[in-house]
Design a protein around this ligand. Sequence first.
Ligand code: PBG
Length: 327
Amino acid sequence: MDLINRPRRLRRTDAVRRLCRETRVSREALIYPIFVDETLSGVRPIESLPGQNHYGLNSVCRAVEACLEHGVKHGILFGLPAEKDACGSSAWADRGVIQQAVRAIKGAYPDFTVITDVCMCEYTDHGHCGILHGHEVDNDETLACLAEIAVSHAAAGADMVAPSDMMDGHVAVLRRALDENGFQNTAIMAYSAKYASAFYGPFRAAAGSAPSFGDRKGYQMDPHNRREALRECALDDGEGADILMVKPALSYLDVIRECAVTFDRPLCAYSVSGEYAMIKAASAAGLVDEERIMCETALSIFRAGADMLITYYAKELADAIAGGVIG
Ligand code: PBG
């Protein structure tokens, strides 16, 4: 028995256990997804995501107030437009749902960080993330649209744009468009390693963005691949992304780990709708302790190396941190 290296003496008291924690989590690192529905007045619960809501333009500030009450200071916006067409033109309309929501939020809460999802699938009538030629998304034509979307979000006052489309070259094109239009200070959070995942199911039901035919495997990543994630991150890194992202989180902790040690950029993880819905369902069935599972999964993501986390549990996690359950 090795008497010298026994680790137990570090575990004597709760205070010392806390002192010796290797992973620190902070409310500052949490980002809350907010769904804004242009056709809605007030607030409507999202069926596929128990505990989450759709907000109308007249109530979106309530979502922000709730965040701030819990000490959550950052949000990412997703829009459900009143109109869709083949090229997703409502995505970059000056009076589009996100543009109006950003103005409302930044007008009332200028210090709340507003990140906008830049993608076309919620705005196209076919539900794909770009401009279609036949049944294929045209990468380069889509880039021009994404640039328009990002600039319109920045013009409305977004602090950061988050391209989730997975088109090649998207960060370079967005960076140039933002700079040319005077938005040098608008940051880019790139969904760099975004897998073609079944975990997006509840989101697509919530955002009305499921593809009407086919799937997204042509532009989202194959879950078999890890090295490819590093290549995707390297591209976005080289094109000047301010923050890299891995999505989903829980089934991709190895990818988070590798990206965290490989790249010299802040790393975000997105704990997506299916991850949240599974915990909700299991706890509603009385099978697991919701708070403990929520905390343990979030910790695993931070422990893997994420610097920040997009999560539908942001407010509850903030409470757990404030209450010392994790920290
Ligand atoms: C838009 C987008 C999606 C998600 C975030 N942005 C859906 C998708 O790619 O199909 C999913 C988020 C979640 O599941 O919580 N492209």
